[in-house]
Structures are given as structure tokens and as C-alpha cells.
Design a protein around this ligand. Structure first.
Ligand code: ADP
Length: 304
């Protein structure tokens, strides 16, 4: 099984060192597709021996770095970033977006949520509605659910014949290759919670009237299909993990650890581009400065 083993308690790298010299921490498990994984081998309770306070402190440092990276990404407009968030009900997709992406500048960052397809969406291929929301240069787009629903819920509930959903793994891989060929950095996260943790979260909602709006009988019904979803997730992750668009499995029973793991993965993925983006901005800045000087020179000449 190819899972990069996480190395706990390494310091957050502060300087833009060349990639080879950076000690990459790994709170999330990166899957590159070389060997199939089994979700039961990954502990959703994992926290790498950190305590909550330590984790939240690290998240603050990472958030600051992510904010700076976003500014460079936006200004350089040379790449785009697509973050895919998948997970079972209550796994914390919304909470992750609030905690990790909340501090970012809304100017270059937004969320696209994918619900049950409309009649118009169903009248097209399954990637039609997705492609319209992919990020442009300089942007970060977070997918709250995604094209993967078409090999998850669609497979589990037999919404299309097997032949149709099976062909979708290849379609997805080609689609994601197209995006990465066009300078999209793709990071896909599976928020991994246990069945027991899900039950506790669902029951907790029923204790708090202000959370009643989140209640849904479908969530309980979907639990009946827990093992089918496990198989569907494993296949999606194993078939669609590629070096250019890897999946990351995030132990998500502890919300603070989940947020830390997602933030760290995004920062680690963007940090290597920092110098490249800075250089581009330096060059364009110098060019524009030269243009302004030339403009002033011409103005002086014309006034003589
Ligand atoms: P969420 O659970 O993401 O907060 P909702 O409660 O509105 O939002 O759930 C969205 C629902 O849409 C989920 O049950 C999900 O499985 C379903 N869904 C998303 N994409 C598809 C799809 N392609 N086909 C069928 N159902 C889908």
C-alpha cells in the first residue's frame, strides 16, 4: 500500500526553500495510484500525537502562509487551483471550507456546490455542469461535492447502468488531465470519518434546536449503504489518483486535525510555485515601470 507516512512534529517550513530541501509534513495520506488503498487501513481518529491547542496554532501559521500564497497566485495569474472536497454526510465539508478557506480573499476564491442534478444538467454529459465551474488563472475554486458524485451516489443507488458509471473513471482522468495541462493545480480530499463518529454527529444535531435545519432523514437512510459507499470511495480514489491529480485521505474524526491536514496539504502544494510567481510579478512590474517612464519622457518631449 503506497501511503506517504506522516511525519509528526516537524516544524512548519518558513522560507521558500527549493522543493527538494523542504521537509514535507504529511498529516493527510497522499494517494498517487501506485498501489490500491483500503479505507479500513486508515484511522479516522488519527491526530499524529498533536493536541488541539498545538494543532490550532499550526493552522494559524498555515492560514497566514496560505493567504500570502493566494495573493501571489492571484497577482501572477499563471496557475489556477481546484480543491475537491468529498466525504460522507457530516464529514465536515462545510466546516473545512469555513476554517481553511474563510481567511482567504473572496476576490479570487469561491465555492461551487453540486447537488442532485437538474433536468437540464441530466440532459448533458456528467462533466458539463462541472466544467463551467473550474477555476480560471489566478483563482481558487473549492468543489463542495463534485464530478465524483457520479461514481459514488450514482453507483450506490444504481442511478445509471454499471457500464455507464464504470466508463466515468476514464472520463474523469482525462478531464482532470485536461485541467492540469492548462495549469490547474488539483487537490482532492476525502474527509474520512468513522461510522460511529457520524452517528454521534447526527444525534448531536437533534440535541440542538439551532441545528435542526441540518436534519435530514436521508442522512440516516444513507448510513444503510455505508459499506457500498466505502467500496465506491475506494474505487474512485484508487482509479482516479494520479501524480498530477492525487487524492488525499484526511483523518476527519477530529475537526481541528482535519482542518490542519487540509490546510497543510494545500500550502505544501502551492509553496513550490512561490518563487516562480514572484519572479513573474517582478518582470511584469519592471516592464510596466519602464512603460510609465517612457510615457513621461514622451510627455516632456511633446510639451517642449
Ligand atoms: P450537502 O449534503 O452537500 O450539504 P445536500 O444536503 O443538498 O448538500 O445534498 C446534496 C445531495 O446531492 C447529496 O445527497 C448528493 O449525493 C446529491 N448529489 C450530488 N451530485 C449528484 C449526482 N450527480 N447525482 C445524484 N445525486 C447527486
Amino acid at each position: 500500500m503506497k501511503i506517504l507516512s506522516p511525519s509528526p512534529r516537524l516544524p512548519v517550513p518558513q522560507s521558500p526553500l527549493p522543493q527538494s530541501t523542504i521537509k514535507i509534513m504529511a498529516y493527510a495520506h497522499k494517494i498517487t495510484g501506485a498501489h490500491p488503498i483500503n479505507l479500513n487501513d486508515i484511522d479516522p481518529e488519527d491526530d499524529q500525537g498533536l493536541d488541539r491547542e498545538e494543532g490550532e496554532e499550526r493552522l494559524r501559521a498555515l492560514s497566514e502562509e496560505l493567504t500570502q500564497l493566494q495573493e501571489l497566485l492571484y497577482a501572477a495569474s499563471d496557475h489556477s487551483v481546484l480543491v475537491v472536497l468529498q466525504g460522507r454526510d457530516t464529514s465536515g465539508k462545510d466546516g473545512t471550507i469555513r476554517a481553511v478557506m474563510g481567511p482567504l480573499n473572496a476576490l479570487g476564491c469561491s465555492v461551487a456546490s453540486f447537488k442532485v442534478p437538474t433536468a437540464k444538467e441530466l440532459a448533458h454529459d456528467f462533466l458539463w455542469r462541472i466544467h463551467q465551474h473550474t477555476p480560471g488563472l489566478g483563482e481558487i475554486i473549492i468543489f463542495n461535492r463534485s464530478h465524483y458524485e457520479d461514481v459514488l451516489v450514482v453507483r450506490v443507488h444504481k442511478l445509471v447502468p454499471e457500464k455507464v458509471w464504470r466508463a466515468r473513471y476514464d472520463h474523469i482522468n482525462h478531464f482532470e488531465k485536461l485541467l492540469t495541462d492548462h495549469k490547474t493545480i488539483i487537490l482532492k480530499f476525502y474527509l474520512h470519518i468513522s461510522k460511529k463518529e457520524q452517528e454521534e454527529r447526527l444525534l448531536e444535531r437533534e440535541q440542538e434546536p439551532e441545528k435542526y435545519w441540518k436534519l435530514s432523514v436521508t442522512d440516516w437512510n444513507e448510513r444503510e449503504y455505508w459499506n457500498d459507499y466505502t467500496r465506491a470511495y475506494e474505487d474512485a480514489i484508487n482509479r482516479c489518483s494520479t501524480p498530477h491529480a492525487p487524492w488525499f485521505i484526511v483523518p476527519a474524526n477530529k475537526k481541528w486535525f482535519r482542518n490542519l491536514a487540509v490546510a497543510e496539504t494545500i500550502v505544501n502544494a502551492l509553496r513550490p510555485y512561490k518563487n516562480e510567481w514572484r519572479k513573474k510579478l517582478e518582470v511584469t512590474g519592471k516592464e510596466e515601470k519602464a512603460r510609465i517612464e517612457e510615457y513621461r519622457r514622451q510627455l516632456k518631449v511633446s510639451k517642449k
